[in-house]
Design a binder for this molecule. Sequence first.
Ligand SMILES: [Zn+2]
Length: 306
Amino acid sequence: MRYSEGADLDPSGVRDRRRGGGMRGGRGVAVGGGGLGLVGVLVLVLFQVLGGGGDGGTGAALGQLSGLAQGETADNGQLEQQCRTGADANESVDCAVVADIESIQDYWAGVLGADYRPTQTVFFNGSVQTACGGATSGSGPFYCPADQLVYIDLSFFDTLQQQFGAQGGLFVNAYVIAHEYAHHVQNLLGINQQVTPGATGPLSGTVRLELQADCFAGAWANHAETVPDESGQPLIAEITQDDVDRALDAAARIGDDFIQANLGSGTVDQDAFSHGTSEQRQRWFLTGYETGDPAQCDTFATDDLG
Ligand SMILES: [Zn+2]
């Protein structure tokens, strides 16, 4: 994946709330919570899991959160300094995410017109307060419908490789971001409101919502090399077959069956499915990517989810 060298970046889609103000280095944020390390757990679900005490490691983390100060401030100064052009995105993961957010939102604004309302991504490290409650890095990136913000500790990209064994790469990161913005689109369209929070199982609304988000992410990816930014130039110059293969590899490693078998109890329990199997996540990402048509992402219209 390459970004257009001369394209202007606009970090206004980010609220940088990382303590210490900045671009990430090896801070060694502890990432725990075996079963929670999912991409894009809807926060409503997230808190059910935390509240249910299903994960011993996060109980303590939740306790620590109560001591967090409200009204954390954002400081985009460093991103504004360092993420100016597409060339910066080719050099820095942080700047690449800035570009991803811009491209993804430009795409959805084109698809939905005035119905699309841009929103921001909060960069945090360690833990964060949201309108949906507190969360930690171990929860993975998520979207909070109550404040309509995406939250991510960028160390999740390392976790994907180190803990989940994913190949990783800039396009894998972009897939993760696009998946979270898909939840924002679902929120704007009123789709997630039709799903019972916390319901699980192979044909549950939760799984349908998550697979649709993968499909929406693929639809964006199909158009990523052509969707114009404000200046009329695409921010993303090239997505290769290797990039797509890496995204499919990542999708497989965040499938419910893979996580349960390899990072959870070791037993696959379909009734607990919340995001779909590895195969389903790959299938729906590909459906979006190959068709480039969000209308093909109606995971609610079929019981054949793959
Ligand atoms: Zn999700």
